[in-house]
Ligand binder design. Structure first.
Ligand code: COA
Length: 140
């Protein structure tokens, strides 16, 4: 298994990577993949893409350290429970540790049992004490 970062150097993987994450086929924003603050990795088993994760790096206003936000994580049905998601999330954690980042974080719905079990199994700290279903607001 290989974890491959998608950049403009291997842009031929982008279409497959995007259709992996987004159900309908999407156009490609090349700027996203040339921005070093954007992290998009896929897990490859031989020639097959079996998992994908992407997220963003940004500055905190207080500590001066950077944070990594995991925006999306998906493992192909039929390839789950083989440790791919664990490897992909740990990859982000390794980047953050080696770069002295403040932390890595993500939001998970509290009814997404596989995701909650996964993050618990790799020692994710739950930052909110009360169990609340997350609500994502967006404008435009
Ligand atoms: C959640 C998801 C990413 C997990 O991917 P995965 O590759 O199957 O996860 P792993 O194989 O690394 O699992 C590691 C551990 O997490 C826990 N886990 C993962 N899926 C689980 C499930 N369906 N039921 C119970 N525990 C589960 C187990 O402890 C597992 O270890 P084990 O298999 O030795 O028991 C995958 O189910 C998925 O793509 N779901 C749809 C998208 C999604 O919900 N993404 C997360 C958004 S926050």
């Amino acid at each position: 298994m290989n974890i491959v970062r998608i950049t403009t150097e291997n842009i031929e993987l982008v279409d497959k990577a995007l259709s992996f994450i987004f159900s309908s086929s999407s156009s490609v924003n090349i700027n996203y993949f040339s921005n070093p603050n954007n992290y998009f990795y896929v897990a490859m088993e031989d020639e097959e893409m079996v998992g994908a994760i992407y997220g963003h790096e940004f500055d905190r206003p207080d500590t001066g350290k950077k944070q990594l936000f995991i925006y999306s994580l998906d493992v192909k049905k039929g390839h789950r429970r083989k440790g791919y998601a664990t490897l992909l999330v740990n990859h982000f954690i390794d980047i953050a540790k080696s770069g002295d980042y403040h932390n890595v974080f993500l939001l998970a719905n509290d009814d997404n049992m596989p995701a909650i079990k996964l993050y618990d199994s790799i020692s994710g700290k739950k930052m909110n004490k009360k169990v609340v279903e997350q609500i994502l607001y967006a404008w435009y």
